[in-house]
Design a protein around this ligand. Structure first.
Ligand code: DX5
Ligand code: ZN
Length: 230
């Protein structure tokens, strides 16, 4: 079955933005498809960022759909709240969820798409059945916790597997990648079959963040164009 070419989605990560000016930083990327929000609890990952009150305020301050990436323990307890405040997509980590199917159900019931993320060393095979209950798969291409790390190309095998399962109708998830996406790496990720590209430092480290979004999208679209005809 053929992959139906769709416009690649770009989700700038505000982890690399100025936390004191989040509303303006959202305004700086009007062409973004989603705004990626990294929630870290200092336990699941060795870093601490922001939580629900900030997400709620950001949701009111921007019309860009929020893509919340919960790098926290016990997401079963906390994830539905991020959906309730209006996030478009709420992603939990497979390694952290006690009951991943229940998480997906609760996130969806609260009105958001449900995402499942796997760290670089977490095999996809273990989660394929569970992914039937999810809307998005977030493949981590760095160890979660910090922006600005180097892309790990070995995770692209998971992207290829997921792409194949989606294109053959065995899974119905959007394939998202997170970590080290830049002008140097976006093409290989697009060729592997990514639908949605998270980019932190490549967008907010650029002189013109909006141009960086458009450039990444154009580059991804060109690289994945042949997938539709192969
Ligand atoms: C890392 C976060 C990423 C981070 C990506 O744990 O999940 O979303 O912001 O940053 P870059 O694009 O700089 O690797
Ligand atoms: Zn993230």
């Amino acid at each position: 079955m053929r992959h139906v070419a769709r416009a690649p989605m770009i989700a700038p990560s505000i982890l690399s933005a100025d936390f004191a000016r989040l509303a303006e930083e959202a305004d700086a990327v009007p062409g973004a498809d989603w705004l990626h929000v990294d929630v870290m609890d200092g336990h699941f990952v060795p870093n601490l960022t922001l939580g629900l009150p900030v997400v709620e305020a950001l949701e009111r301050a921007t019309s860009i759909p929020l893509d919340c990436h919960l790098m926290i323990n016990d997401p079963d307890r906390w994830a539905p709240g991020y959906a309730e405040v209006g996030s478009r997509n709420v992603t939990v980590h497979a390694e952290a969820a006690h009951d991943p199917r229940g998480c997906a159900r609760d996130i969806r019931a609260a009105g958001a798409l449900a995402g499942l993320s796997v760290k670089p060393r977490t095999p996809l095979e273990d989660w394929i059945e569970v992914l039937r209950d999810y809307d998005t798969l977030l493949v981590m291409s760095v160890e979660p916790g910090f922006g600005g790390q180097s892309f790990m190309p070995e995770v692209l095998d998971k992207v290829r597997t997921a792409r194949r399962l989606v294109d053959t109708g065995h899974l119905h998830v959007l394939v998202e990648i997170d970590g080290g996406i830049s002008r140097d790496t976006v093409e290989q990720a697009a060729e592997a079959g990514v639908d949605c590209f998270v980019a932190g430092s490549a967008v907010y480290g650029a002189d013109d963040p909006e141009r960086a979004v458009e450039a990444l999208r154009d580059q991804a679209a060109r690289a994945s164009a042949h997938l539709g005809t192969g």
